[in-house]
Design a protein around this ligand. Structure first.
Ligand SMILES: [Zn+2]
Length: 383
């Protein structure tokens, strides 16, 4: 009973000191006599205040998982808190807290939005561990996956529940080496968690519910802190491996994302799987575009490129015809000018990204915009 009073005292102080951004605690949890609970609540409250201010720092995080935990919160939460909805319209409540091991606890926080009615925006799960009398927080990925199988394929540590498709894993490991080497970098090691879909990715990372991701299944996660969560349980993450290595050597100020997406399609894949769960390769995208061009001879390829209409949805709804054309032109640049040309193409500017890109194509391949349709048509049909 005395401990209960201490807990309640801390919670009163907490709500007085932080005002409306304070973490509320569900009634059942207030009845706990565990002496660590008040410390966890105070730490989570401070974290919530950091989230609302858009200024996360590493003080509360377990040093072993600090980068990843911050990356997850920044990726899924911080943009929302810095967006159009004001923080004063949000409240947070600790809805679950229970011990999972000695000095280790599992906590869930619900974030609610108040408008004409109250809506659930997020449920965030975090592990809380008492280390040297301090509470350290981390994402629950490693807790959720501690009984998963592990297999190392080259530089990739795969973690999975049932089985691994070895051919895809070997292909990804090979592409990791090839793409890094092409850009003059050493291939890195990655931890790769096989997830059925985006909802499983989110749950493992500690986002049990996200209003903005509700119903979404197609995306994976990464690469943050050398960690990847698969796209629709596929072992090949080579599209984003290219973006990852490119980001290590190219400045965000000059990176042109038409070039980036094209090279990611060409060296990696479309990022998305087809309805059989297979990654869509560049060859398949070009075949599909070539069939479209033959069937629609009057369609102008420059307009197709600029408008980026969804004409390749037979492969997957997300496939971009602009990126397929960009991949085709990147292939020409790589063959004719080499990696120096690829780097110039990536860094051609982003202020007016379509014009900057077309200018680079003219400079690198001697294809003026007035000849774009004719030249690209030839390339599509002869690839
Ligand atoms: Zn991409």
């Amino acid at each position: 009973m005395k401990k209960n009073l201490v807990f309640l005292g801390i919670l009163c102080a907490l709500s007085m000191s932080y005002g409306q951004n304070s973490l509320m605690v569900s009634d059942r949890l207030l009845k706990s006599i565990d002496p660590v609970y008040p410390k966890i609540v105070l730490t989570l409250d401070s974290l919530y205040n950091q989230i609302t201010s858009g200024n996360l720092n590493s003080y509360f995080f377990d040093t072993r998982r600090s980068n990843l935990t911050q990356a997850i919160l920044n990726r899924y939460l911080t943009p929302e808190f810095n967006s159009e909805t004001s923080n004063s319209d949000k409240t947070a409540q600790l809805i679950n807290l229970y011990p999972i091991d000695k000095n280790k606890y599992f906590a869930s926080i619900a974030i609610l939005e108040k408008g004409s009615d109250v809506r659930l925006a997020y449920v965030i799960d975090l592990l809380a561990e008492e280390i040297d009398s301090k509470i350290k927080l981390s994402c629950p990925l490693f807790y959720h996956t501690q009984k998963w199988k592990h297999e190392k394929v080259g530089k990739i540590n795969y973690y999975y529940q049932d089985s691994l498709v070895s051919s895809r894993a070997k292909l990804f490991n090979k592409k990791n080496n090839v793409i890094a080497n092409k850009l003059g970098l050493s291939p890195e090691e990655f931890s790769f968690y096989m997830c059925d879909n985006e909802q499983e990715v989110l749950r493992l990372l500690g986002i049990s519910y996200s209003k903005s991701r509700s119903g979404q299944i197609r995306n994976g996660f990464g690469i943050y802190d050398n960690l990847i969560c698969s796209i629709m349980n596929n072992e090949d993450f080579s599209h984003d491996i290219f973006h990852y290595y490119s980001g290590e050597i190219n400045s965000s100020k000059t990176r042109n994302w038409i070039s980036e997406e094209g090279i990611a399609y060409l060296w990696g894949n479309a990022y998305y799987t087809d309805d059989q769960g297979e990654m869509i390769t560049f060859d398949r995208m070009i075949n599909s575009l070539s069939e479209y061009v033959i069937d629609n001879p009057d369609d102008d390829l420059l307009s197709m490129f600029k408008e980026n209409k969804k004409i390749l949805s037979d492969l997957a709804a997300e496939v971009s015809v602009r990126s397929v054309i960009s991949g085709l032109l990147a292939n020409e640049v790589e063959q004719k000018v080499g990696i120096d040309g690829i780097l110039r193409l990536i860094n051609c500017g982003k202020e007016n990204y379509i014009l900057d890109y077309l200018k680079a194509v003219e400079e690198l391949l001697d294809i003026p915009t007035k000849d774009f349709d004719k030249k690209v048509r030839e390339l599509v049909l002869t690839f």
